[in-house]
Design a protein around this ligand. Structure first.
Ligand code: GYE
Length: 326
């Protein structure tokens, strides 16, 4: 399924729900019984960056607050391990699974296995391929940001700062993940509308700092004329800053960098003049995740996409907001 049809499918599902034609009930989305307390699973993708650590913390804090038992797994960057983590949660008979699917296609079997076992799944922060599994049918809902819009906003910040003239290196997130697909789409489309902006290289740094540093180093050697870097997350932006400094270039001056997330390190880099801006992607899912599960247990119709809204951090507010950053 193309990226365009992915969005269209989500919007169509939203429209169907608004019209009261939610196919979920007809097709047997597993219910969640009303109980005093629950045992729920949270299948995390990896823990190698502050965003993931903040998300896990938020889920654990909320579980404690609710008095629910949380079965936590860390897939350590492997979609195959994440599938087996979900299978083990099914074997432990959890009441519901919060899943952050590392990649869009490989996690489909996990979603389907949970459905077959009668365990509802709520997708957190990343989605799955909508041609293979649908919200309200195969899983309850997707809670997360509009990644296409995040990419578009990153592009707009860069266009503004460069007067629409830049030679860009793009550092993509994890290949096959929904944020990497959609952040690329939103950015690339917006940039294409400007004749002075060109993307000369685009490669995955797997959302990781050191991989981002290595990829930036190679791409900067191949494209010494680059004047801007767009990183799909802050960790790779931090890697790009390190690569630039190692090459004797000044990040923020010789090469302008823009990214997404809003980590403490990124806000500090903005204060230091090394990072132009970062579009927020808030990792604190705990309250919304548990509230959505409780609404579902009450028998409420859940919208197919529970949309997180994102702020924007740049030199105008980074210093003031850094105390709250993770
Ligand atoms: O931007 C990144 C993380 O899926 C939205 O994954 C999330 C992204 C986030 O590893 O830092």
């Amino acid at each position: 399924m193309t990226l365009l049809t992915r969005r269209t499918a989500l919007l169509a599902a939203t429209a169907a729900l608004a019209l009261g034609t939610n196919p979920a009930l007809a097709q047997g989305l597993p219910p969640l019984k009303a109980k005093q307390t629950y045992k729920v699973g949270f299948a995390q993708t990896e823990s190698n960056n502050p965003w993931r650590i903040a998300q896990t913390q938020s889920m654990q804090d909320q579980a404690k607050k609710e008095g629910w038992q949380l079965v936590y797994t860390d897939a350590a960057g492997s979609a195959a391990k994440q599938v087996s983590d979900v299978n083990s949660m099914i074997a432990q008979k959890v009441d519901l699974i919060f899943l952050a699917p590392r990649e869009e296609k490989p996690l489909i079997p996990a979603v389907m296995a949970a459905k077959k076992a009668g365990i509802p799944v709520i997708l957190l922060d990343r989605s799955v391929d909508p041609s293979l599994a649908k919200p309200g049918v195969d899983y309850v809902t997707f809670i997360g940001s509009d990644f296409v819009d995040e990419g578009k906003r990153a592009a707009e910040a860069l266009i503004k700062a460069t007067n629409g003239k830049a030679t860009i290196i793009e550092l993509e997130g994890t290949t096959g993940s929904s944020p990497a697909n959609d952040r690329k789409k939103g950015f690339d489309e917006r940039v294409k509308a400007e004749s002075g902006m060109k993307i000369v290289a685009s490669q995955s740094g797997d959302f990781a700092r050191d991989k981002g540093r290595q990829v930036a180093e190679t791409l900067l050697q191949a494209h010494p004329d680059a004047t801007a870097i767009y990183a799909h997350n802050d960790e790779m932006a931090m890697g790009a800053i390190a690569a630039l400094e190692a090459a004797g270039k000044k990040p923020g001056k010789d090469v302008i960098i823009v990214s997404i997330d809003g980590t403490r390190d990124a806000l500090q880099a903005i204060v230091d003049g090394k990072l132009l801006a970062t579009v927020e992607c808030n990792p604190k899912f705990g309250p919304k995740a548990f509230e959505t599960a409780k609404r579902y247990a009450k028998g409420e119709k859940i919208e197919p996409w529970v949309v997180n809204t994102d702020r924007f951090f740049d030199a105008s507010n980074a210093k003031q907001l850094i105390t709250d950053a993770y």
